[in-house]
Ligand binder design. Structure first.
Ligand code: UT7
Length: 318
């Protein structure tokens, strides 16, 4: 027993910031950002927090599933840019949507949504919970250093999620973790303990872009192939690939290595949203679901990578 996706939902803030807008803030330009990343716009929060966005995405997912908050047995959330460390994101969403079920977070940076699905599948297979809401939400704009042109142009804000119930449509997952913080980290404040001898931190996204790029282009196609081998699915049978939207070139490089999957099967919305971290995969899933792109029975590969470092590939049937 695994799960079936009942419905999807998403929310992005109204403010759309273009590459030209960013060129007024840091030394950059539309040509550089578009050609290196594929990003043209991102939605940026003005007065909404990650938990407020998460609640709106959650309500949309519930409506799309034909459920109310009272029908939920568990809420799982993921964020790297939440409003607070305590209470966790899932507890705030539980309150805001009017649910009464247990609620807890997982921290997995940009791969987090696939860790949520893996956790939901495990809970469902034990019979412990039946209907589980999984939401990734990010207010990346609050953890970016807006003086650092190498990172502030990459990310966007938004939230998205799914509701799952017992079913047979989660077909497998392949997870790899290479622990370390040299390539990508978001340190927390060091605090003001009079006893601490720790150096003050820079509590913003710190990333070695080219190392992250190399990690992603190497591991994403590798994990996808491992997943397909494990589940006995040929590349030619894959209907869609929903990859973490971090850089158009990373997705195109993965497509070149997986020659049996036509490039147009690798779906993208990075142009409009940038990298929304934990929200990235469910945001694209929701967009495609609402467009009616996915047909019942479609085989969809989900692939994520990010801070940890981690790389996760999962196979679902729509
Ligand atoms: O979900 C989290 C995972 N994160 C990622 O997946 C990010 C992965 N990495 C990347 O997407 C790419 O490495 C970047 C888009 C971040 C950078 O692209 P790149 O082709 O690796 O550029 P680079 O870092 O090697 O920089 C090339 C040049 C440098 O100038 P010099 O030293 O060659 O003169 C940078 O200073 O581009 C410069 N540069 C910029 N120029 C204009 C860096 N950022 C900018 C910018 N605008 N925003």
């Amino acid at each position: 027993m695994s799960f079936h996706i009942m419905g999807t939902g998403s929310y992005v803030p109204d403010l759309i910031v273009s590459n030209d807008d960013l060129s007024k803030i840091v030394d950059t330009n539309d040509e550089w950002i578009t050609s290196r990343t594929g990003i043209r716009h991102r939605h940026i929060s003005v007065d909404e927090t990650a938990s407020q966005m998460a609640a709106k995405a959650a309500l949309a997912a519930l409506e799309n599933s034909g459920l109310t908050a009272e029908d939920l047995d568990l809420i799982l959330c993921a964020t790297s840019s939440g409003d607070a460390i305590c209470p966790n994101m899932a507890c705030q969403v539980q309150r805001d949507i009017g649910a009464t079920c247990p609620a807890v977070d997982l921290n997995g940076a940009c791969s987090a949504f696939l860790f949520l699905l893996e956790t939901a599948a495990a809970y469902i297979s034990t019979g412990r919970y039946r209907r589980i809401l999984c939401v990734g939400t990010e207010q990346m704009s609050r953890i970016l250093d807006w003086t650092d042109r190498s990172t502030c142009i990459l990310f966007g804000d938004g939230a998205a999620g799914v509701v799952v119930e017992p079913g047979e449509d989660y077909l497998g997952t392949e997870i790899m973790v290479r622990g370390g913080d040299e390539v990508l980290k978001v340190p927390t404040h060091v605090g003001n303990s009079p006893f601490s001898k720790l150096e003050p931190t820079h509590p913003y996204v710190c990333m070695n872009g080219s190392e992250t790029y190399k990690f992603a282009t190497r591991t994403v196609p590798h994990q996808i192939q491992l997943l397909l081998d494990k589940t006995g699915v040929m590349q030619e049978q894959v209907d869609w690939v929903v990859c973490h939207q971090a850089n158009r070139r990373i997705i195109e490089a993965a497509a070149r290595r997986l020659k049996g999957i036509p490039a147009e099967k690798f779906l993208m919305n990075i142009e409009e949203y940038g990298n929304t971290s934990a929200a990235s995969i469910p945001l694209l899933l929701d967009e495609c679901n609402r467009k009616g792109l996915f047909k019942r029975g479609d085989l969809i590969v989900l692939a994520a990578f990010g801070g940890g470092l981690s790389c996760v590939a999962s196979l679902i049937r729509w």
